[in-house]
Write a protein that binds this ligand. Structure first.
Ligand code: PEP
Ligand code: MG
Length: 747
């Protein structure tokens, strides 16, 4: 590792720090810096290229190339050797630059006389700011120490840029990082649009002292901070019972990283070269991030994430900067985070206008909470936490899964127009609130809402929903550190019923397990969690929790009707057993002297194709059936609902799926059991209208969808639509969407 250059390098960094401290404009500083670097490295050329826009680099200062090329020479990302360094985030070191593939000759710079080339990225934890280059006449390869030394210098330049050292230069007019508009294409976690200001869940740590002159002191600070980090990580892991298996192994690797000697050694080496402890941590972090971006192996990516996470913790220890930086949350906050847990998201609650995550998935706990809070959520917005700064203007389009950061005015205007149109439509729908969803043929469809939080209940009134068709009970379990007590749950369910003011509420028992792992439950590490040990399967295998939940529901009802439905029933006997368990709890509660519900209805969720073919007796046993279209569709098409690649691949209006739904309605009708549809598709007007034409007389959806669905159903003749569907099936259409929309256009 670097020996020869240690003192030179330290001297250079100290000179850079002096340059930073000295008065003078940004351009002057850039010029000085290139001069110092060329001098210290013994090269004829040193140049700094910075991004003008996300695709263009501009030569902003040089020692050795023709001065008139400064601010004139530009390169596209990926163009020439400089462009390659910028695109890949990796250094290029060559003794014979013109012979390198992709070399681009720029006559205005006069660089043709320089043979050797070393370019390193100027980057700061995932943010690419530009490229630092040294060149010399003699054809020599730069040593590893020199490469390393130049990377350290580039790191300091990135920190200086962050601190505004180059403001006042012509470079200042460049739309550098954090200034230009950026668009992110992610995935939809929850529909809806919002405009607001960025609020970073974990604000970036600001390093104000990249260069230090006492390496011994810095190393001592680092060692002390790492010791603290190790203690925290050890006690964190000790407090979490991982119960063996893959997760335990993952956590063990995390611990191993924290204790890694080579990690510490690399940071100490950077300190030797003149960096402060904080800057040394950031240097390691930047490199891990750059590797992360190019790593395809998911296991390796996870490990690099661990390293990133540990670096953040270490930086916070060193700088004393916690999450609370004292900044004030804007009035219209849009939360930007790499990922967030359900409890943390609930803490922010409805204050948030929207949420943007770098990771996450549609089925993640955060997505469930965002859905319950009806906050637009975009997931998989890669790199947004490196790009966004607190207070930046941001537009979130949950319908399209896109995000505009610091948008151009024209984009913002178009976005506002779209939001205004949506608001206008909502106003129109509000006028329908107290009217029934009666089609022109006279058929009425009951529109219910889905809920999962107390906070959802006011929507019963405002949306005009006739009841809660699906109350997901997972959230109260997911957001606690222990199993909630029966008394707590009974009080909550009672409160829900109080606030429903006599409207029916269908409580679905816990749909948990596999991917929805409770913080206090042993993770199972199943290869295919959606088809694994979940919902009623867990309930019947580990009856204690289900019993307790059923008792809480019975106690909450006191003299009022109680609707209970069991999720993910696959075979008749599962329903029989769950039903029996409920009856046993009723008898028990009665024995104990608790008041009984005035009426009890027991339903099943039909979420697996097998249940559609269950014996007739099953349908007769149920008091009601609710089709969980989200799961039913994923299992019918064998397409994971959380996999962005396939989740939209098959259309709900595919003839086979519609035929399945048709058969389900028929079987329910024959057994005279009411059937509803409560998956996300019930909230899409065309799908909802089609379900109504198939014979569904109850649909349950997000409260915001009730208006648009009602508006459409009231306009159409469901009998006529039924004929359109039958004719298209008769004609052998594989998808009914075209026929249905064409028919609709003629109305
Ligand atoms: C469904 O599967 O359609 C459903 C309503 O349940 P969840 O989305 O909670 O799995
Ligand atoms: Mg489901």
């Amino acid at each position: 590792m670097p020996e020869r250059k240690d003192s030179d390098s330290r001297k250079l960094l100290l000179r850079l720090r002096e340059t930073l401290a000295a008065p003078g404009g940004g351009q002057h500083r850039l010029d000085q810096i290139t001069h110092h670097i060329a001098d210290s490295m013994g090269t004829q050329v040193c140049s700094i290229y910075l991004f003008r826009d996300p695709d263009t680099l501009e030569l902003c200062a040089t020692e050795g190339l023709k001065p008139e090329s400064v601010h004139q020479t530009r390169l596209r990302l990926g163009e020439g050797l400089v462009g390659r360094v910028a695109r890949t985030g990796r250094h290029v070191n060559t003794a014979n630059a013109p012979s390198e593939p992709g070399f681009r000759y720029m006559p205005e710079t006069g660089e043709e006389i320089f043979s050797s080339f070393l370019g390193v990225p100027i980057q700061r934890v995932g943010e690419r700011l530009g490229v630092l280059v040294v060149q010399s006449r003699d054809a020599r390869q730069f040593s590893e120490d020199e490469v390393y030394g130049l990377e350290v210098v580039a790191m300091v330049l990135a920190e200086m840029a962050e601190l505004g050292a180059f403001l006042g230069s012509q470079a200042d007019s460049l739309p550098l990082q954090h200034r230009f508009p950026v668009m992110f294409r992610g995935g939809t976690g929850q529909e809806g649009c919002a405009e607001g200001r960025v609020w970073l869940h974990e604000p970036r740590v600001v390093v104000t002292n990249p260069v230090a002159d006492d390496p011994l002191k810095e190393k001592a600070r680092l060692v002390e901070a790492v010791a603290m980090l190790r203690t925290t990580v050890d006690s964190m892991l000790a407090a979490t019972d991982m119960g063996g298996g893959d997760s335990a192994e993952v956590m063990e690797t995390y611990r191993m990283f924290a204790h890694s000697r080579s990690w510490l050694r690399r940071m100490e080496e950077a300190i030797e070269l003149g960096l402060s402890a904080e800057a040394a941590v950031e240097k390691e972090q930047s490199q891990a991030r750059a590797r992360l971006e190019s790593a395809a192996d998911p296991y390796l990516r996870d490990r690099l994430h661990d390293l990133d996470d540990l670096s953040n913790r270490l930086l916070r220890i060193l700088t004393g900067q916690g999450r609370d930086t004292g900044a004030e949350m804007p009035d219209d906050p849009i939360l930007v985070a790499r990922n967030i847990g359900p409890a943390e998201l609930l803490d922010y609650g409805r204050r948030l206008r929207g949420v943007v995550l770098e990771e996450g998935s549609v089925g993640s706990h955060a997505a469930i909470v965002a859905r319950a809070l009806a906050i637009p959520l975009v997931i998989h917005a890669e790199r947004i936490t490196s790009e966004a700064l607190n207070g930046d203007q941001i537009l979130v389009d949950g319908d399209m899964g896109t995000v505009h950061l610091r948008p151009e005015e024209s984009v913002a205007k178009a976005f506002r127009d779209k939001m205004a149109m949506q608001a206008e439509a909502q106003k129109r729908y509000a006028g329908l609130r107290d009217l029934p969803a009666t089609a022109t043929c006279g058929t009425t469809v009951q529109l219910y809402m889905n809920a999962g939080l107390m906070a959802d209940l006011p929507s019963l009134e405002s949306s005009g929903a006739e009841g809660v068709g699906l109350f997901r009970t997972e959230l109260q379990f997911l957001t606690r550190t222990r199993v909630p007590r029966r008394g707590e749950l009974a009080a909550l369910y009672a409160h829900v019923l109080d606030n429903a003011h006599g409207k029916p509420v269908m409580f679905r028992t816990l749909d948990i397990g596999s991917d929805k792992v409770l913080p206090y439950m042993k993770p199972q590490d199943e290869p295919n969690p959606a088809m694994g040990w979940r919902a009623i399967r867990v309930g019947l295998d580990k009856r204690g929790v289900l019993r307790m939940q059923l008792q809480a529901l019975i106690r909450a009802a006191v003299g009022r009707p109680l609707h209970v439905m069991f999720p993910f029933i696959t075979e008749m006997h599962e329903f029989e057993e769950a039903h029996k368990l409920l009856m046993e709890q009723l008898a028990r509660e009665q024995r104990l002297g608790h008041a009984m519900p005035s009426d009890i209805r027991v339903g099943a969720m039909l979420e697996t194709p097998s249940l559609a073919f269950a014996p007739r007796k099953f349908f007769e046993m149920c008091d009601f059936i609710s089709v969980g279209g989200n799961d039913l569709k994923q299992f019918f098409f064998a397409a994971d609902r959380e996999n962005e690649r396939v989740r939209r691949r098959y259309d709900t209006l595919n003839t086979s799926f519609i035929t399945l739904l048709d058969q389900i309605v028929q079987r329910c009708d024959e057994a005279r059991v009411p059937v509803s549809f409560c998956g996300e598709d019930a909230g899409r007007p065309i799908e909802a209208m089609t379900f109504a034409a198939l014979g569904f007389r109850r649909l349950s959806m997000r409260p915001a969808s009730i208006g648009p669905v009602k508006h459409l159903i009231r306009r159409v003749n469901l009998g006529e639509l039924r004929r359109v569907i039958d004719d298209a099936r008769e004609l052998g259409e594989t998808n009914l969407r075209r026929c249905i929309t064409e028919w609709l256009a003629r109305q």
